[in-house]
Design a binder for this molecule. Structure first.
Ligand code: FAD
Length: 405
């Protein structure tokens, strides 16, 4: 145990590798320890294998945290434009998909290779698979006990990520260390996750598995831990319930036992364009069947199920009472439905909760209670919306930490 590292980074995923490369290039002696056989597995499987590595429009409004201001400093110092420059400098071709989401043209592996190349430039030492057994202090130094012996460092960076996808090595290690050292941990919960429903609430909708519909969806409420939000995105009906970007986004705000609100026509409404009231009041529609009118704006099979649900299947619009029209409109524009639960850590993309930002300095990511102890990436109580924001948080928190080591 002769060498003293400037920092030991525990967890060589997105945030850990990025932080290591930068700190190494700033002249720091950095050791990365990871228990996995293969590094960067979450990056490899991200974005359907193409890694949605950032979002051009990433801003504090795209993050959930008990303290929504916490992300501001890191995002301002390392905005998505900086990561885009880095990607371009490695000649990685990319494209924009939807609302600023940037994906590799070829493969997510290019991002892993880029992070590794940056670590090589910074002369970072990476050891894996190695299990970390404990963390202790000797004066101002940190001692990290691994199965291969004790390592000594001036600082330790916890970067073991969140709990989703345990099959590829996710553990609560950063949260356990935080608790052991007296930091508060906000209870973790799966987020960006599909939702399940009881057969009773879901009714015939599971016959439509595979169908995608653009909707406006709302979840949460102002009094809740992470507030409320609404999204215009695609919803996907599945055998188990609801998924697709709309539902993944809403799942982060959803509170167990409470309903989601789905406006099946909301995503179509725009000034000067489709107007839901016109559909219901249009003179031309008087002699059309209810399901035909609905099918002009919704997939036919879905239109039929909604008409059937209100006993209006086969009824001409002129025959439908004002009360029934109103009730159908309510169903279509404010479908309030209570999910039974989420599909859990196996299917979640990120973790809600984590190390309480109250106990961290947002300028550096260092613990306020323990000098030289840092937490970065997903283990912190910062969760991004779908669309590249979670990686942007890994890069930004890794960047500010690297400057402080
Ligand atoms: C299926 C899927 C798709 C996703 N797609 C996207 C996307 O396209 N865009 C986006 O922005 N985000 C996406 N995410 C989220 C994104 O992958 C994470 O937010 C991001 O990887 C978090 O970075 P991190 O460094 O904090 O954690 P990770 O990247 O998970 O890295 C943690 C590292 O710590 C190691 N580790 C864990 N426990 C220990 C331990 N006890 N000892 C030692 N090492 C340990 C792990 O092996 C791993 O290497 C996706 C997530 C999933 C699951």
């Amino acid at each position: 145990m002769s060498k003293i590292w400037d920092a030991i980074i525990i967890g060589g995923g997105a945030a850990g590798l990025f932080c290591a490369g930068i700190a190494g290039q700033l002249g720091k002696k950095i050791l990365v320890l990871d228990h996995a056989e293969v590094l960067g597995e979450k990056i490899r499987i991200s974005g359907g294998g193409r890694c949605n590595f950032t979002n051009k429009h990433s801003s504090p409004a795209n993050f959930l945290s008990l303290n929504p201001h916490f992300v501001k400093s890191a995002l301002a110092r390392y905005p998505s434009s900086e990561f885009i420059k880095l990607v371009a400098s490695h000649r990685i071709d990319y494209h924009e998909k939807h609302q600023g989401q940037l994906f590799c043209d070829d493969s997510a592996k290019q991002i892993i290779e880029m992070l590794m190349a940056e670590c090589v430039k910074g002369k970072v030492i990476i050891r894996h698979p190695v299990s970390v057994q404990s963390l202790g202090r000797d004066g101002t130094d940190w001692l990290v006990q691994t199965q291969q012996g004790i390592e000594r460092a001036k600082a330790v960076v916890m970067a073991t990520g969140g709990l989703p996808v345990p099959a590829i090595g996710a553990t609560p290690y950063s949260l356990d260390i935080a608790k052991q050292l007296g930091l508060n941990v906000i209870e973790p919960r799966p987020a960006l996750v599909p939702l399940s429903f009881t057969a009773e609430t879901f009714g015939k909708l599971n016959e439509l598995a595979g169908l995608g519909v653009p909707v406006r969806i709302a979840a949460g409420s102002k009094g809740h831990r992470y507030g409320a939000s609404r999204f215009n995105e695609d919803l996907l009906l599945t055998h188990k319930g609801l998924s697709g970007p709309a539902v993944l986004q809403a799942s982060s705000y959803w509170v167990e036992g409470e309903p989601l609100h789905i406006d099946w026509l909301g995503a179509l409404e725009r000034p000067g364009g489709f107007n839901c009231d016109e559909l219901f009041n249009h003179e031309e529609n008087r002699l059309k069947l209810t399901e035909t009118i609905l099918a002009s704006v919704l997939p036919q099979r879905l239109a039929k199920i909604f008409a059937e649900q209100k006993n209006l299947l086969g009824k001409k619009w002129a025959e439908v009472s004002k009360k029934d029209r109103h009730s159908l409109k309510e169903l279509l524009t404010n479908w309030s439905v209570k999910p039974a639960g989420t599909l859990g850590w196996k299917k979640a993309e990120v973790m809600l909760g984590g190390v309480d930002t109250k106990d961290l300095d947002g300028q550096t990511m260092m613990s306020r209670k323990h000098s030289g102890l840092f937490f970065i990436g997903e283990c912190v109580d910062v969760t991004g919306h779908l669309g590249g924001h979670n990686f942007q948080w890994a890069w930004a928190s890794g960047f500010v930490c690297a400057q402080a080591l």
